[in-house]
Design a protein around this ligand. Structure first.
Ligand code: ES4
Ligand code: ZN
Length: 325
């Protein structure tokens, strides 16, 4: 049987984790104090009371204002190191961390401040036996021009990045809006992924664009793909990963997309399990594995397959992959 100890002990790769979504209430309060920012709450319980949302838009309204406490290089370092310690406790051996520079540059924080703090933590994570890299995401509800400027700011640091992603509010913001920036990023040697959220009415069309036109190599969430068997065959044949996040999904769908995950496993499409915004959705990666395994009665073999998929679809060298598999 699958226990919490089993999901925790299993070596895992984390491919869908927003670093800003790891900001726990205690660190939020500490940084607010350090930077003399009034966030309107002074206790952990008060902060937790603000965590009420039932769709992406209402979540993002809580999520972005909280980031005000992130001001200095050391704030980004402390945020990422706190996460890497959690990752180590969860037996996460490899992690590709999403970050949203525009959520910070739009508040007047320099791009270099954000990426320098995160990168310094990536280097120090090695001492925790956590192999970490960074994926820069564009905010899809910002303009193309803003994405273009953000990519221009990032390219001098491209050796610190493994890939590019797309997140935030998907409504009326299809992947194709950023086709040019994705092309430029790929030309610079970066991998490509995009969110295709589960509660989007245009989800299948967005998945199609991302796969067939933009050549993305993974889909974040993306489990609505089961509605189109041809697209499922496409990702299975090419080894395109789908990064599903059960606890995040549970806010918009009580079944957490578990049936879809099982169908994808059945069809040998490389679906895997991740955390999204663990400080906001009630658990880190082992909790996400356990929540799904418990609700859908997964076998140990199925859980092991999900973890294997998280390594086969990771953006790591074949040599490193062999070490993990
Ligand atoms: C996100 Cl759950 C979710 N969806 C889209 N964008 C995001 N950024 C952080 N969490
Ligand atoms: Zn996400």
């Amino acid at each position: 049987n699958v226990t919490k100890e089993f999901t925790q002990g299993l070596p895992k790769s984390e491919l869908h984790l927003h670093i800003e979504g790891t900001l726990e209430p205690d660190l939020k309060l500490k940084l607010a104090q350090r930077n003399q920012i009034d966030i309107g709450q002074t206790t952990i319980a008060e902060v937790q009371k603000t965590y009420q949302y039932d769709d992406l838009a209402s979540f993002l309204e809580v999520y972005y204002p909280a980031m005000n406490v992130l001001q200095k290089e050391c704030d980004f370092y402390d945020l990422a190191m706190a996460y890497f310690r959690r990752a180590a406790q969860n037996n996460v051996r490899h992690v590709e961390v999403f970050f949203d520079p525009q959520a910070h540059t739009s508040r007047g924080v320099a791009f270099s401040t954000v990426i320098s703090g995160l990168h310094r933590a990536v280097v120090d994570a090695r001492a925790l036996n956590v192999d970490a890299t960074l994926i820069m995401c564009f905010l899809r509800d910002f303009s193309k021009e803003s994405a273009r400027q953000t990519l221009a700011q990032a390219l001098p640091y491209k050796d610190w990045l493994v890939g590019i992603g797309l997140d935030s509010d998907e409504h009326n913001n299809p992947p194709l809006k950023f086709a040019r920036q994705f092309e430029d990023a790929a030309a610079a040697g970066l991998h490509l992924t995009t969110h295709c959220d589960i509660d989007q009415k245009d989800s299948l069309e967005h998945i199609r664009q991302a796969l067939e036109i933009m050549g993305v190599e993974r889909l974040d969430h993306g489990t609505n793909i089961v509605e189109d068997p041809d697209l499922v065959d496409f990702v299975a044949q090419r080894g395109i990963g789908l990064t599903s996040c059960p606890l995040s999904n549970s806010f918009v769908s009580p079944e957490m997309k578990g049936k879809e995950v099982l169908q994808l496993l059945e069809k040998k499409a490389p679906v895997s399990i991740h955390s999204d915004d663990p400080a906001y959705f009630g658990g880190y990666i082992s909790d996400n594995y356990y929540a799904l395994a418990d609700k859908f009665n997964l076998s140990r073999q199925q859980v092991i397959q999900l973890a294997r998929n998280s390594f086969t679809t990771a953006w790591i060298s074949p040599e490193k992959r062999d070490l993990y598999l």
